[in-house]
Design a protein around this ligand. Structure first.
Ligand code: ARG
Length: 466
């Protein structure tokens, strides 16, 4: 039975009928639909619309559907328009007329708004768990790397040495912010649209606060037009995911680059690589390439969502059905990406010797050399010029600054002394970045401890939502 055939004289064009169905994808929302239906049934009973017996029978019918739904075969229904229609049909088939009573005082417009919120909330909780694992893996790797050093780059040109831990913690910072954005989105979306009706609010005396509490929402939504038609929670969620995807894509790009023979800082784990069907020698960084590639999809999903909503008059429009798939796609894609990334981070190996050699050459101590002169009263601009000339001399002689004889150096920088050389060692250069957020080993140790504490706090919050 159709949900709305009463005022129609002609049957639907079969091609249109098939094409407009959302059940092929919104069947994912079955758990949410059943939970929201239970909350609605309870409110109907409290309002005296359902007898106790009717409510009990609705509950047992919904439970039965839930049981059946564990078998994907049971979700085959070529007629159901959407997940709401599916549950309605099934319920009527299972318990008869009382099943149709469940739809009193509600509309699919509020149902999809509630289901999608519940889906996003559940996805956020899953993603937070995944991010917790990724952060844990990153922090563990950073701890394990001790005081190993590597080059840092700007413009992808060697810049200054940093601790490997400092580099890894840079990504941890990004993922902490991503987690914060998701937590923030969760707070805002956690309002219950049930009771909004089709557009203007339900006409039955339903206890909206009770329905909200039933579903773990903080409170009911404040405006029925807004609640049934806005999808900003979905847009916000997918935009937060697109930023997470961007961060993971940058990480993947560095792994790809650093695993090349030319850099050789990273040894790809075989478990996350594949070979070439043509070139026997190859070990390709597929996991990282796919993570970089998946970012395109998620950014696309975020764009689709904002574009779908931008021109819609209030309130519900069927266009909103198109907001479901980008949400599913982004949520499912990123849950997998985060999990693969966490596994990769635990398995990847670093070639600390090559990193050390690279950090210890290529004039990455030139800025420290200039600051040595600054400490002797030379204005930085002049010190910069003097060390620049010294670098030029070394380039011609094919040596490093620390190999330059003092008398040669003094031709450019008369203020330099024998202790110049002790300021140029890798340890000295690292240690002089001794400021909160800098790469000096003491600062990085502090940052690591703080990252551990923040991860524990995040886990505590996750626990509160479990
Ligand atoms: N499947 C629909 C959607 O996802 C449910 C809401 C339909 N509402 C309506 N008035 N046709 O948007």
């Amino acid at each position: 039975m159709k949900m709305w055939a009463g005022r129609f004289r002609q049957p639907l064009n079969p091609e249109f009928e098939r094409w407009q169905r959302s059940f092929p994808f919104d069947r994912r929302l079955i758990e949410e639909e059943l939970a929201a239906s239970r909350a609605h049934a309870r409110a109907l009973a409290s309002a005296g619309v359902l007898s106790q017996a009717e409510m009990d029978s609705i509950f047992s019918g919904l439970d039965e559907i839930r049981q059946q739904a564990t078998n994907p075969e049971s979700l085959r229904d070529e007629e159901a328009e959407d997940v709401h229609h599916f549950v309605e049909k099934r319920l009527a088939a299972l318990i008869g007329e009382a099943g149709h009573k469940l739809h009193s005082g509600r509309s699919r417009n509020e149902q999809i708004a509630a289901d999608l919120r519940l889906y996003v909330r559940r996805s956020i909780d899953n993603l937070q768990r995944g991010l917790g694992e990724l952060l844990e893996a990153l922090i563990a790797r950073a701890e394990k790397s001790g005081v190993a050093a590597m080059p840092s780059y700007t413009h992808l040109q060697p810049a200054e040495p940093v601790l490997v831990a400092h580099w890894l913690l840079a990504y941890a910072e990004m993922f902490f912010r991503d987690s914060g954005r998701l937590a923030d989105c969760r707070k805002r979306l956690n309002r219950c649209p049930l009771g909004s009706g089709a557009v203007a609010g339900t006409t039955l005396p339903l206890d909206r606060a009770a329905m909200a509490a039933d579903l773990g929402f903080d409170q009911p939504t404040a405006n029925s037009l807004d609640a049934t038609s806005d999808r900003d929670f979905a847009i916000e969620f997918v935009q937060a995911l697109s930023l997470l995807a961007v961060h993971l894509s940058r990480f993947a790009e560095e792994m790809i680059l650093y695993s090349t023979r030319e850099f050789g800082f990273v040894r790809l784990p075989e478990a996350y690589s594949t070979g070439s069907s043509a070139m026997p020698q190859k070990q390709n960084p597929d996991a990282m390439e796919l993570i970089r590639g998946k970012a395109a999809r998620v950014i696309g999903d975020a764009t689709s969502l904002a574009t779908a909503v931008k021109g819609l008059p209030l309130a519900y429009n069927k266009d909103l059905q198109e907001t479901q798939e980008p949400v599913f796609s982004a949520a499912e894609t990123m849950q997998a990406v985060v999990s693969i990334a966490a596994g990769f981070v635990s398995a990847v190996e670093f070639d600390y010797d090559r990193m050390h050699a690279a950090a210890n050459s290529g004039f990455m101590n030139a800025m420290a050399a200039a600051h040595y002169l600054v400490a002797r009263g030379v204005p930085f601009r002049r010190a910069h010029e003097q060390i620049g000339k010294a670098v030029q001399w070394c380039l011609e002689k094919r040596c490093e600054l620390e190999d330059m004889p003092l008398d040669e150096l003094r031709r450019f920088a008369p203020e330099a002394d024998q202790d110049f050389y002790s300021h140029l060692t890798l340890d000295a250069v690292l240690s002089c970045h001794n400021v909160e957020g800098g790469t000096a080993p003491a600062c990085v140790r502090q940052a690591l401890a703080e990252a551990g504490e923040r991860l524990a706090a995040l886990r505590g919050e996750m626990h509160a939502h479990a």
